[in-house]
Design a protein around this ligand. Structure first.
Ligand code: FPP
Length: 245
């Protein structure tokens, strides 16, 4: 069994992003409704945050609800939203005690008012904190985000504030929801699916991808440590040759 001791603390990824997948299958295997899978998924979220804090990871991004997830049955959406509200209620004290700063990425205007209210409160309570930055992607999709950034830049061009020739990667970065956050070095996806599902497409250009068969509710501290160890065994070349590194 792996432990924190197996990790080289001097070569930790600054930013880890996770596509939490498999809650539905985990529940089905137990003959339970999908909501039961999500409830247990929330427990895995807690364990993941705990180990990220313990290791000193600076940024952790969790894909909690995609733009496409709005197409799920109404009942499931409602149960996910109420889980979100109850999790914020039960966890906000512990987030603050652990110096965790919350950031939300996504089109939050589409979320129910009750969820928006809770989110605004926890954002206000934690924005000054200096430990782990926990980024929760809610009603998020990468194509939405890049489209929104493009609209802003196009408007700036129309107003003469920016010339088309001045558009560069840095400018685009500044208008993404992740502005100011370093790109993830490691992207984890659970449940044995090999997809990115419209998540951080721009930001993962050079990320290491890690896929595990573990269903999200079974993901625990050891699973996270295994992913970090795997990451540390990779040679990150960024287009160069091994000899140039
Ligand atoms: C994917 O499993 C999971 C989701 C779409 C929701 C993720 C939400 C949580 C883990 C709950 C709480 C989150 C926070 C931040 C408190 P799936 O339903 O797609 O599973 P399946 O592919 O097996 O059907």
């Amino acid at each position: 069994m792996v432990s924190v001791k197996d990790i080289d603390k001097s070569r930790l990824p600054k930013h880890v992003a996770i596509i939490m997948d498999g809650n539905g299958r985990w529940a089905r295997e137990r003959g339970m409704p999908r909501a039961y899978g999500h409830q247990n998924g929330a427990k895995a979220v807690r364990a993941t945050i705990e180990i990220a804090v313990e290791l000193g990871i600076e940024y952790l991004t969790l894909y909690a609800f995609s733009t496409e997830n709005w197409n799920r049955p109404k009942l499931e959406i409602e149960s996910l939203m109420s889980l979100l509200v109850s999790t914020i209620d039960s966890e906000s004290k512990s987030l603050i005690e652990n110096n965790i700063r919350i950031k939300i990425i996504g089109d939050t205007s589409t979320l129910p008012q009750s969820v928006q209210k809770k989110l605004n409160k926890v954002l206000e309570q934690t924005q000054h904190l200096t430990g782990l930055t926990l980024i929760v992607a809610l009603s998020y999709s990468s194509k939405w985000e890049i489209t929104e950034a493009t609209k802003i830049i196009a408007q700036q061009c129309l107003e003469g504030k920016v010339k088309a020739t001045e558009i560069n990667q840095e400018l685009l970065n500044q208008h993404l929801t992740t502005a100011g956050i370093p790109d993830p070095e490691l992207l984890i996806r659970t449940s044995g699916e090999f997809r990115i599902s419209n998540f951080l497409l721009w930001q993962i250009a050079y990320s290491e991808l890690y896929f595990t068969k573990t269903l999200w509710p079974d993901f625990n501290k050891a699973s996270f440590i295994e992913a970090i160890i795997d990451f540390q065994q990779r040679e990150r070349r960024f287009g160069k040759t091994s000899e140039q590194l």
